[in-house]
Design a protein around this ligand. Structure first.
Ligand SMILES: O=P(O)(O)OC[C@H]1O[C@H](OP(=O)(O)OP(=O)(O)O)[C@H](O)[C@@H]1O
Ligand SMILES: O=c1cc[nH]c(=O)[nH]1
Ligand SMILES: [Mg+2]
Length: 208
């Protein structure tokens, strides 16, 4: 599996700010949005372009355009929504496929509860967004679901990844690409990433 840890100084700076214990809900949302944009920029680096001729102010001009590649952005509820505006800032016409999965607090197993996917999803590049890749269970379940619908081209964008989650994801879906702002030390006994961000969903939604 291709794993890209984005080392750009802006990404490193912002992920550092996101770790502060006393961060406000507003700041957390702002940074998650900005990091969503920066990871999107990195993950779309290889989108194919084509040369087309347009009428410019000075006459005919050849420009590069992204080839008719269809994209769907797939936020995993809830926390994935925190990155969505940042992704859409760069890909404003992307269709959105919402997947609801929560992690059972005791078993750490993913529990699916909602899905509403974009039309023609099998022909689209799917960009999954979720701030946290911990055990990897939620991401693996989402990719299982997308592949069942025929998706073949999948990229996952996360803010923080645990090595345990990366290993599990690579074993289950070696063909996908993972972009992360940080690879952290590992999981604690409750399945939280260390040093991590805490509960990203609660921080984004102000539920704790
Ligand atoms: O890799 P995993 O071990 O599956 O853990 C990661 C998942 O846990 C969090 O969601 P959570 O279950 O807290 O739901 P929420 O976004 O609604 O808070 C997070 O946003 C991921 O979806
Ligand atoms: O550290 C973690 C692990 C799972 N989900 C979170 O929100 N944080
Ligand atoms: Mg949560």
């Amino acid at each position: 599996m291709k794993v890209v840890e984005v080392t750009h100084p802006l990404v490193q700076h912002k992920i550092g700010l996101l770790r502060a214990a006393d961060i406000s809900t507003r700041q957390f949302r702002q940074l998650a949005t900005e990091l969503g944009s920066l990871l999107t920029y990195e993950a779309t680096k290889d989108l194919p372009t084509e040369r087309v001729s347009i009428a410019a102010w000075s006459g005919s001009c050849d420009i590069e355009q992204i080839q008719g590649k269809k994209v769907t952005v797939v936020p995993i509820l809830r926390a994935g929504l925190g990155m969505l505006d940042g992704v859409l800032d760069l890909i404003p016409s992307a269709r959105i496929s919402v997947v609801g999965i929560y992690r059972d607090e005791e078993t750490l197993q993913p529990v699916p509860y909602f899905q509403k996917l974009a039309p023609e999803i099998a022909q689209r590049l799917a960009i999954i967004i979720d701030p946290m890749l911990a055990t990897g269970g939620s991401m693996i379940a989402t990719i299982d679901l997308l592949k069942k619908q025929g998706c073949q081209h999948i990229k996952a964008l996360v803010l923080v990844a645990a090595p345990e989650g990366i290993r599990a994801l690579a074993a289950a879906h070696p063909d996908i690409e993972l972009y992360t702002a940080a690879v952290d030390q590992g999981l604690n006994e409750k399945g939280y990433i260390l040093p991590g961000l805490g509960d990203a969903g609660d921080k984004l939604f102000g539920t704790k």
